[in-house]
Design a protein around this ligand. Structure first.
Ligand SMILES: Nc1nc(=O)c2c([nH]1)NC[C@@H]1CN(c3ccc(C(=O)N[C@@H](CCC(=O)O)C(=O)O)cc3)C=[N+]21
Length: 286
């Protein structure tokens, strides 16, 4: 038996097609939608992700606003780009592509984003809202994971979910999302100091591997029939490698592969956050 595929690539394309209609409806009412990106330095991975995001925008009818800065950019220069996007009426929402080059203070940059334009849900205000279970933009990867599970009818309510990795963009935020009353999963959050990782993954109905350690999750660590999502992105000899070993497909019931799983969903949720922000601004304007 081999696992069924949680096909994020196809699902994300369906979501973009739905968003395209909503963007058109906004435009019909005189509201244009624009996504901004701030990219600092020349990391090839970051460049490729940002390019994909702008390609998605073109497909959906969202305007692209790019601020590309050299690796030598100072803290002040990055913060100035953020201030410009805050002030730009054409920019509905934007992201600062992470990680920033060494020497730049990421948190200080994120704090300067206008929370109303926080497309990534990574501003402290947005994360605070997530903790408080108040409405607000959600981090794109956790939001994409939940959307992917929903669309394949994977039960979340009451499920035992083991999340491996406590980073803000994925693991920690996902734990908060899954334990809301609307999801009602039971979450175990594992990290580098977890004593017996396999014991926690083996009892899980759903395993989310977001540690950034290639091949960390092996077949013997997975309960037969369980759902396994590969979120880790590492580069091994220039090739992309996920956190989930290939043999997991022989025991799992469902696998979200990498690439083709959570990555495209992350990008689709970024667009969704921007469209939702535009729709909210229309609602609040009366
Ligand atoms: N402020 C910020 N927000 C982010 O959302 C953010 C970030 N910084 N820094 C880096 C990570 C990484 N990330 C990915 C998004 C999509 C794919 C993706 O779509 N991957 C495709 C293609 C992979 C390929 O071929 O390169 C796939 O999985 O099928 C991957 C990785 C967003 N990130």
């Amino acid at each position: 038996m081999t696992a069924q595929i949680l096909d994020g690539k196809t699902t994300a394309a369906e979501i973009r097609s739905n968003l395209k209609g909503r963007v058109q409806a906004l435009r019909d009412r005189g509201v244009s939608v624009g996504l901004g990106t701030v990219l600092v330095g020349d990391d090839p991975g970051s460049h490729s992700y940002v390019n994909m995001k702008h390609r998605d925008c073109a497909e959906v009818g969202i305007e692209s606003i790019r601020r590309d800065l050299p690796a030598t950019a100072t803290q002040d220069e990055v913060e100035r780009a953020v201030a410009e996007l805050n002030a730009d009426p054409a920019c509905t929402g934007y992201i600062v592509q992470l990680p920033l080059p060494r020497g730049l203070d990421e948190q200080r940059v994120l704090e300067r984003i206008d929370p109303a334009k926080d497309a990534d849900g990574l501003h402290p205000m947005s994360l605070g809202r997530l903790v408080l279970m108040q409405p607000g933009p959600l981090p794109c990867t956790p939001k994409g994971i939940i959307e992917l599970l929903r669309r394949f009818d994977v039960p979340i309510r009451g499920a035992e979910v083991t999340v491996v990795g406590r980073g803000i963009t994925v693991g920690r935020s996902l734990g908060l999302l899954l334990t809301r009353r609307t999801e009602n999963a039971t979450v175990t959050l594992c990290h580098t100091a977890t004593r017996d990782l396999a014991a926690h993954t083996r009892k899980a109905d759903i395993v989310v591997a977001a540690a950034g350690v290639p091949g960390l999750i092996t077949a013997d660590m997975v309960k037969p029939g369980a759902v396994v999502l590969d979120v880790g992105v590492s580069r091994v000899d220039g090739k992309l490698a996920g956190d989930v070993a290939a043999d997991v497909r022989d025991v799992a019931g469902w696998v979200a592969p990498n690439p083709g799983g959570v990555g495209p969903m992350t990008r689709a949720m970024l667009l969704a956050n921007v469209v939702e922000a535009a729709e909210d601004s229309l609602k609040n304007a009366g």
